[in-house]
Structure formats: structure tokens, C-alpha cells
Design a protein around this ligand. Structure first.
Ligand code: SF4
Length: 416
């Protein structure tokens, strides 16, 4: 078995264990930590549903969206009442910008309740215009992340985004037009589509070099077991060998101008930067239907059913459906994975957090990754090497596939 496959197998096995919640286990609401943490908010609505997407999302229906935002505000007020403080907020989806007026209402409430230092919002290309982005900036949004996926028309057609958002050249024009409207504009790209060859990837990279967005996040295609069949029916089977080759092409192309700030995120030198909320393995609260949280050594998942979400908040209770306390070793592994995904891990800070040294808690993992050349020790900091970055992409791909599989199971359990 190759190293890549062994690592993928190990992480897939562990994520599936971590995301297996005991049936009917009681959910213990989290207590507010002493210091401010991060907040993730999920808006599960889209105008159309993309075939490769494993996120928790529903087709747009205005009444349902407005009711959802009302319930979400109640959830945020409950967290404020429990004493939670948030230093940064990340709104993802689905499509957070689906009804701008509702989004502005929530942003205003977030500011009143928590005054976070950083707010990041995901959007789709149909919102890429100067007026929309300037109004988001005025509402306190520092980073806007837009899902582009590819500039190549054959890929856009295959994934159903050509009709939805226009051709690759239209997307490129919009990105050029909105340059400078927010502190950080992040462009989400995907590689390793089954129909993608090297020249298509190079076309995407050439277009990015022309536009030069502040930040680029380049994900490998990740699909849950349930979505795989549908995706393979449209585009054929994925190739893991191509993924490694494409990752090398991407890193060597982008690092001439960009600095990596995680295994798959690249920022322009001097650009203001906000990491994805999971980087670093810090605690966070998940608000919204289907959102996850990690607080006080336990993982929480909110209900995936909109009706249940609404009912819980009408009764002024948190809409949590699943809960699982992690062992100290699981938490240490999670922190190891996420810190090094952000390229470095401070060994002293790790010891302070877990009350035991990294070597004592995760000795075999450290030795393994040092031996295969994925890590190097620089003083009291573990750093990810260039080779290690791809191994971390493999691990994160498997971790998120585990999350996607959990989402699929939860949606089925909720009768969706
Ligand atoms: S890829 Fe984005 S726009 Fe498409 S269904 Fe998924 S969340 Fe919605």
C-alpha cells in the first residue's frame, strides 16, 4: 500500500469513528469558554443545487429562507445569553448571500451581540458586483469567498454552472471588476474533476495569474459516498494519481506570487488574510441547521431538518441533535491535523493546551511523519514540508469526506 493510500485509509477510519454518534445519546449543551472563540453560521439554501455538492442545502423558497433567518437570530441570542463571545465569524453554506436584506439583518445582530474582529462570508458568482461587495464591506465583512471552481467552460458545463453563472470569461471579468472592494477576496477553485486534463488546469492557473485575487483556495474534488455515483455518471471516475500531479502543478504555479497559508490556501504577500475557521484546531460554535461545533472537547451537530430547527428555536432551545465527547487523544489528533494543515504546530502551546507533551500523546504519529519527510522540527515548532503538504491534502480530503458522509446520513435520518 502506498503512503498516500495508507494515510487516506487511517484518516477515513478515524473520521468515520469520530462522526458515528450514539443513537439517542443525550445532548449536553456546551458551556461558554472563558475566552472568545469562533462562530460558524450555516445558511443552507441555494438557487439551484449543483450535482457534485455534498453540503447541507435546500432549494430556495423565499418564505422558508426568511423564517430560517428569524430562527437563526434567536439561536445567536441564546448563545449571547449563555455568555459566549466570538472573535471571528464565518458564514458558509449553501449561499449566505441568498437574500441580502436578511444577511444584513444577521450581520447587524452579530455586531450588536459579539462585535467580532473578523467576519467572513461565502457567496456565489451572481453576487460579484461592486455594489454588493461594497455594501458587505460597509456591514463589517472583511473577507468574501466566492465559489468559482473552474474557468474552463467544459468543466463549468459538466458541473451545471455555465448556465447558472456564465462562462469562464464572464467569471474572470466579474472578478476583475470587484477587485479592491473588500479587504480579502478569496476565490475557491476545485481540481481533479474526472474530465479535467493538465491543459484545463493550466488554463485555470493562467486565468488566476491574470486576475490575481487576494487569496485562492484550491480544493481537490471531494465527494461523499452518496454523491459519488451521481458524479461518476456525469463525469466518469476520479483518479487519485492525477490529484497528486495536479497539486504539484498548482503549488509550483501559485507559489511564484502567493504564499501558502494552509495546505490548500494561498494568499498574496501583504494581503490581509483570514484563515478558514477550522485551521489551527481551535474551538468553534456551529449555528444554523446542519452546522457543527467543537466546544469543551465535544463535537455538536445541529438538526438537519428545517422543521425541527424552527421548532427548537420557537421554544427558545438550542437545535442540537447529536453530541459526542472526544477523548483527550482524539482532541490531540484533531489539533495536530488542523494546526499542521495551517502549516505549523507550536509544541509548547500544544503541551499547555493538553497538559502533556506532543511526544507523549502522539509519539508514533510524530515519528511516522518525520520519517516520511512530511514534517521538520524547527526549534519548538513542527513545520509541514513541501512533501507533507500533499499528505495533509489527502488527510483533509478524507476528513471532509467523513463529514460529508455524516451529513448524508443525517439528512436521510431527518427524512430528507
Ligand atoms: S456548490 Fe455551492 S451553490 Fe452549488 S449546491 Fe453546493 S452550496 Fe449550493
Amino acid at each position: 500500500m502506498s503512503i498516500d493510500r495508507f494515510i487516506a485509509w487511517f484518516v477515513a477510519k478515524n473520521s468515520s469513528r469520530c462522526f458515528t454518534f450514539e443513537e439517542g445519546s443525550p445532548v449536553r449543551p456546551p458551556s461558554a469558554p472563558l475566552r472568545p472563540i469562533q462562530l460558524y453560521i450555516h445558511i443552507p439554501f441555494c438557487m439551484q443545487l449543483c450535482p457534485y455538492c455534498s453540503f447541507h442545502r435546500y432549494l430556495f423558497e423565499e418564505g422558508a429562507v426568511r423564517a430560517y433567518f428569524r430562527a437563526l437570530k434567536t439561536e445567536l441570542r441564546i448563545y449571547a445569553g449563555l455568555g459566549f463571545r466570538f472573535s471571528s465569524v464565518y458564514m458558509g453554506g449553501g449561499t449566505p448571500t441568498i437574500v441580502m436584506e436578511e444577511l444584513f439583518g444577521v450581520l447587524e445582530l452579530i455586531d450588536d451581540l459579539f462585535s467580532p474582529e473578523e467576519v467572513s462570508v461565502e457567496t456565489n458568482p451572481d453576487r460579484l458586483d461592486r455594489d454588493t461587495l461594497s455594501s458587505l464591506a460597509r456591514a463589517g465583512v472583511k473577507r468574501v469567498s466566492v465559489g468559482i471552481q473552474s474557468f474552463h467552460d467544459d468543466i463549468l458545463k459538466a458541473i451545471g454552472r455555465y448556465e447558472k453563472y456564465g462562462s469562464g470569461s464572464v467569471l474572470a471579468e466579474r472578478l476583475e471588476e470587484v477587485r479592491g472592494t473588500v479587504d480579502t477576496l478569496n476565490v475557491d477553485m476545485i481540481y481533479n474533476f474526472p474530465i479535467q486534463d493538465r491543459s484545463m488546469l493550466e488554463y485555470d492557473l493562467k486565468t488566476l495569474h491574470r486576475i490575481l485575487p487576494d487569496q485562492i483556495t484550491f480544493y481537490p474534488l471531494m465527494i461523499s459516498s452518496a454523491t459519488r455515483k451521481r458524479m461518476e455518471g456525469i463525469m466518469g471516475r476520479m483518479s487519485p494519481g492525477k490529484e497528486r500531479l495536479f497539486y504539484r502543478t498548482i503549488t509550483s504555479s501559485l507559489t511564484s506570487i502567493y504564499e501558502p497559508n494552509s495546505a490548500w490556501c494561498f494568499s498574496r504577500a501583504g494581503s490581509p488574510m483570514i484563515d478558514e475557521y477550522i485551521v489551527g484546531g481551535e474551538e468553534y460554535v456551529g449555528a444554523g441547521s446542519g452546522a457543527f461545533g467543537l466546544v469543551g472537547g465535544a463535537i455538536y451537530a445541529n438538526t438537519f431538518s428545517l422543521a425541527e430547527y424552527q421548532q427548537a428555536l420557537d421554544a427558545a432551545t438550542l437545535p442540537m441533535k447529536s453530541y459526542k465527547a472526544f477523548s483527550r487523544k482524539d482532541m490531540a489528533r484533531y489539533s495536530f491535523l488542523m494546526s499542521l494543515f495551517g502549516l505549523r504546530l507550536d509544541v509548547d502551546a500544544f503541551k499547555k493546551r493538553f497538559g502533556s507533551s506532543l511526544w507523549r500523546l502522539l509519539g508514533p504519529e510524530c515519528v511516522f511523519f518525520l520519517l516520511i519527510g512530511a514534517l521538520r522540527l524547527n526549534g519548538s515548532t513542527f513545520e509541514l514540508t513541501e512533501r507533507g503538504r500533499y499528505y495533509w491534502v489527502v488527510m483533509m480530503r478524507e476528513f471532509f469526506t467523513g463529514v460529508d458522509n455524516f451529513r448524508d446520513m443525517s439528512r436521510i435520518a431527518a427524512g430528507l
